[in-house]
Design a binder for this molecule. Structure first.
Ligand SMILES: CC(=O)SCCNC(=O)CCNC(=O)[C@H](O)C(C)(C)COP(=O)(O)OP(=O)(O)OC[C@H]1O[C@@H](n2cnc3c(N)ncnc32)[C@H](O)[C@@H]1OP(=O)(O)O
Ligand SMILES: CC(C)C(=O)C(=O)O
Ligand SMILES: [Mg+2]
Length: 587
């Protein structure tokens, strides 16, 4: 181990110099990704102010990566889900891959399942027999696009195609020509036909060559007004930082001819875990359209996650033009179709992503909700009309169909704020701060001794048992009966209360300056000396007959502790609170 003495007097001692050492991993096997020389880049100053065009490739790139590819029923459920969410461009398969995909494309066309404003697309390699079969699958479609790809990166040129740059460019050119020829031959005027080309492994393709191939493809397709071309530049394998990826997009966007007729599309995969950032920065760098899958399904680490991207826009006040308001329904359907679970920490949708366990988070969330309520009241608005500002919650869970119940969950890391939030949300009890401290210690004892989570039902049960014993679950010296009278004569209150005390039916009577003082005096008859320290009350709901909660902090026989009472009558609630404290003092 390195000691500070061996570093020499002039070596600054940092955590890094003391603790870190070479990993021993074979780092020499890998080299840096080449950056783009584009010093006058503009994308860092750009902002995303509107939704891009989206294409879902769940039924193609997502499906081809599944252990168990989708059955026709699962494909149809996914297609219907995507349509219902608002996706207008959907890649529905690779029809030349086999009968399942071909038949699926036929089924949605023949069953008229594709809304008029939705364009389907289908993928094919640049091979004539595959292109013919692909175009054939589209017969009768209203809006359809053929998507052709071939790899353009050096290692693919050498290893897969065993050809020169020129030969690989020719594959794209011939493929594009064949697509137009077969479309003319096989499709009729009912079909508005579109074309998309992808230089596969764009991420590893020399920029000048990617540009050359795209230009050659455009020379064949001849884009013009009303005849756009989609040029999709895939990060087939994600290889660089999102910033370098964005530089490459800016370079392509600047250098492509006929740019006004090009829909520039980004297709990130998530190999480095930065696909979302790569997509967002590519949009800032000039891309018009994003291809991805719900919840980041897709080859290896997945395609970029369309849900995260859409919700990122939403959380910045930009309409994603996709409906995520029932996110759990979307999740359930996607899980059924893909037969894979969405992770509990998945952005915006995971089971735990709107939940806090830790005390300081819970405290801030509780205060955040309270501040929103106050602001709404002050401004005469509903909370939903205000800009969202609750700490630790980037969006209002309600906006994606989640309730507030799971926002705070209690375990050994939780504090008083979280427990108070549960009691307020579930039972309309707004505990005074010092009482929160007292009760959280009681919960803490439970989590420390038993571990795990304490559910809202557990918290309520513990609270009732501690402060609100019922006749069925009674404990303590005093059990109140229903009989009680309070009278006021000359400013003095007199109180009579029926109770079972130490097992005997008793009537307590006393008078004083207010009902509480009168009851304290009455308690002296059974040798209980109560000194009031704090008293708080509130109604628990609106309207006549509503119950009220009273919280009392008192010193009893040298102990300082709280009691709680709940009753439709506020005097009765405060007497119950005193009894609660007295019982606890002798427990
Ligand atoms: C990055 C991506 O996601 S690309 C999409 C990948 N998706 C899929 O491949 C799913 C569907 N694919 C399939 O079912 C099959 O690949 C099929 C049915 C389409 C074709 O199967 P096969 O005819 O057996 O060919 P295979 O898939 O092995 O492809 C290899 C051949 O195609 C050539 N090829 C591969 N990609 C392309 C392309 N985009 N354009 C032209 N030729 C290509 C290869 O060079 C190789 O040729 P060779 O046999 O002369 O060496
Ligand atoms: C077919 C292409 C667009 C693809 O999926 C990829 O390169 O990742
Ligand atoms: Mg892909």
């Amino acid at each position: 181990m390195t000691s500070s003495a061996s570093l020499g007097a002039s070596t600054p001692i940092t955590a890094a110099t003391v603790r870190q050492k070479p990993s021993g991993m074979p780092v020499h096997k890998y080299g840096p990704y080449e950056a783009v020389d584009i010093p006058d880049r503009t994308w860092p100053d750009n902002r995303i102010t509107k939704a891009p065009r989206w294409l879902s490739t769940d039924l193609r790139d997502g499906n081809q990566a599944l252990i168990d590819p989708m059955s026709p029923a699962r494909k149809r459920a996914m297609f219907d889900l995507l349509v219902s969410m608002g996706y207008k461009e959907i890649e529905v398969g690779f029809p030349a891959s086999g009968q399942t995909d071909f038949d699926f494309v036929r089924s949605i066309i023949e069953e008229d399942a594709i809304p008029e404003d939705v364009t389907i697309s289908v993928l094919t390699q640049a091979r004539e027999e595959l292109i013919e079969r692909t175009v054939e699958s589209l017969k009768g479609a209203r809006n359809a696009t053929v998507h052709l790809y071939n790899a353009t990166a050096p290692v693919f040129r050498e290893v897969v195609f065993r050809g020169t740059r020129e030969q690989v460019r020719q594959i794209a050119v011939d493929g594009t020509r064949l697509v137009t020829e077969y479309a003319e031959k096989l499709l009729d005027a009912r079909t508005v036909f579109g074309y998309q080309y992808s230089p596969e492994i764009f991420t590893d393709t020399e920029l000048d060559f990617a540009l050359e191939v795209c230009e050659s493809v455009m020379d064949v397709w001849q884009p013009e007004d009303g005849r756009e071309i989609i040029l999709n530049l895939p990060a087939t394998v994600e290889r660089s930082t999102p910033s370098t990826h964005a530089d490459r997009f800016e370079w392509m966007s600047r250098n492509l001819s006929r740019r006004e007729h090009v829909c520039l599309s980004v297709h990130p995969h998530n190999d480095r875990g930065t696909a979302v950032a790569a997509a967002e920065l590519a949009i800032m760098a000039g891309a018009d359209r994003i291809e991805g899958c719900l919840f980041g399904q897709g080859e290896r680490t997945g395609n970029v996650d369309l849900v995260t991207l859409g919700m990122n826009l939403f959380s910045q006040g930009v309409d994603p033009q996709i409906d995520f308001s029932q996110i759990d329904e979307v999740k359930r359907t996607a899980e059924y179709c893909n037969q894979m679970e969405v992770h509990s920490r998945h952005p915006y949708v995971g089971d735990l992503v709107y939940t806090s366990f830790s005390g300081s988070h819970q405290d801030a969330i509780k205060k955040g909700f309270e501040a929103m309520d106050l602001r709404a009241e002050r401004e005469g608005k509903s909370v939903d009309e205000l800009e969202w500002a609750v700490p630790y919650l980037p969006i209002d869970p309600k906006d994606v169909g989640r309730s507030y119940e799971a926002v705070i969950r209690v375990n050994s890391q939780s504090g008083k704020g979280g427990i108070a939030y549960v009691l307020k949300g579930g039972h309309n009890l707004d505990l005074p701060r010092r009482m929160q401290v007292e009760f959280s210690k009681i919960i803490q004892e439970r989590t420390d001794s038993e571990g795990g989570e304490v559910t809202p039902a557990d918290i309520w049960e513990i609270f009732q048992h501690e402060y609100l014993p019922t006749p069925e679950n009674a404990w303590g010296r005093i059990a109140l009966r229903t009989g009680q009278t309070t009278t006021t004569v000359d400013g003095q209150d007199a109180v009579t209360v029926e109770a079972v005390i130490d097992g005997e039916e008793t009537e307590l009577a006393g008078s004083g300056n207010g009902p509480l003082a009168a009851f304290f005096n009455a308690l002296q008859a059974i040798d209980v000396d109560v000194r009031l320290l704090d008293y708080v009350e509130h109604t628990m709901s609106e309207g006549a007959g509503a119950e009220a909660a009273a919280y009392i902090e008192c010193a009893i026989d040298g102990k300082v502790l709280w009691g709680v009472g709940i009753d439709a009558n506020i005097v009765r609630a405060s007497i119950k609170a005193v009894v609660s404290a007295v019982n606890r003092a002798s427990r």
